[in-house]
Design a protein around this ligand. Structure first.
Ligand code: HEC
Length: 113
């Protein structure tokens, strides 16, 4: 048995499984936010957007570092090296301010074993 699928149908399933997590991320982000002012506070924005990278090791840890809120909002609006920029149509100014305040004051997460 080869570890990779070899029938065309299995290959399609394999490709769909790879694409699905990305699609789900885009869908949940769009459904819960998308600049309609429907974010439920800074923690909600962090969990729905930032945590996908910043709690998974894709991006650096940002909680518990007393990063200034104006620095955080600037990085999110304009991007910073590998960090993508998020326009106001995606995270409105209010929600951005809330997530920046949330991160600026959040304690460092407990280190995973
Ligand atoms: C697609 C992944 C991704 C998402 C989503 C993401 N970030 Fe980032 N972020 C990164 C990466 C990668 C870096 C490191 C950039 C570099 O140094 O090249 C970064 C860097 C940062 C920095 C600078 C950290 C430092 O050490 O100075 C801040 C602040 C930040 N992100 C805040 C946020 C906030 C707030 C959100 C949610 C609105 C967010 N990020 C969403 C990937 C992401």
């Amino acid at each position: 048995m080869s570890p990779l699928p070899d029938s065309p149908a299995a290959k399609r399933t394999f490709a769909a499984c790879l694409a699905l997590p990305l699609a789900l991320f885009a869908c949940t982000a769009a459904a819960d936010g998308d600049g309609d002012g429907v974010w439920k506070g800074g923690e909600n924005v962090y969990a729905k957007v930032c945590g996908h990278c910043h709690d998974t090791g894709i991006g650096p840890q940002v909680k518990g570092r007393q990063l200034p809120a104006p620095y955080i909002t600037a990085v999110v609006r304009h991007g910073f090296r590998a960090m993508p920029a998020f326009p106001a149509s995606f995270i409105d100014d209010d929600a951005l301010q809330q997530v920046a305040d949330y991160i600026a004051n959040a304690p460092a997460p407990v280190a995973k074993p």
